[in-house]
Design a protein around this ligand. Sequence first.
Ligand code: TYD
Length: 200
Amino acid sequence: MIISIEGADGTGKSSICRMLCARMQKGGIDALVLHEPGSTLLGDSIRGILLDFDKGVGLSVGAEFFLFCAARAQLIEEIVVKQMDKRDVIVFDRYIDSTIVYQGMAMGLGYERVLDVMRLFFGDFFPELTIVLDSSLENVMERIGMEDRIERRGASFIEKVLKGFRHLPELFPERVVLIDSNRPLEEVMEDVWKVVSARL
Ligand code: TYD
C-alpha cells in the first residue's frame, strides 16, 4: 500500500512521516519512508538542480515539471517496484500531489495537464491514501528558511500552494484527507494515525 504525506514546506511532513513509520513498525507493519525529490542517486542530483539552479536564466516551469517526473520515474523503477512486494506500506514524504499543486496549480501549468502526464507514466503507483497537513500562512512563513529556489518564491506563492492543497480533498475525495497541523505534533500524529489505521 502506498500512503503519501503532503503539504506546504514547514507543515511538519517529515516529522509526521518518521512518527508514522515508527508507529507502524511498533505494530508489526513493515514500512519504508521515501522522500521526494531524492531517495536515489539520480534523484539527489536532480534535486540539486531543482533547488539551486541559478545560471542567470531561470529554470522553465516545464523543465521543472519534467525534472520532478524524471526523479520520480527513477525512484519508482529503482526502488518502489521492488519494495512494494517486500513491504506492507511505502510512505512518501511528498509525491504526485506536490507536482499537482506546485507545478500544476501554483506555477500555472494546469493541474489536469500535469495529472494526465503523471497518470500515463505513474498510474499504477498512485497513492491509496494521501494525508495533507494544513497550516496557516503565518505558521508556514515562520517555519521555512527561504533557503532554496522554491522557498524563495515568497508569501504569495506559498498562499497559492496552501490553497491548492486545500482543494485536493474536493478533487480526490476517495483518497485525500486534510489534517490541521497548526497544533503540537503529537496531536497532529493522533489524527493521522486514526485515518491511517482505519485503512490498514
Ligand atoms: P525539500 O527541501 O525536500 O522540502 P520539504 O522538506 O518540505 O519536502 O524541497 C522540496 C521542494 O520541492 C519543496 O519546496 C516542494 C517542491 N516540490 C515541487 O515543487 N514539486 C514536486 O513535485 C515535489 C515533489 C516537490
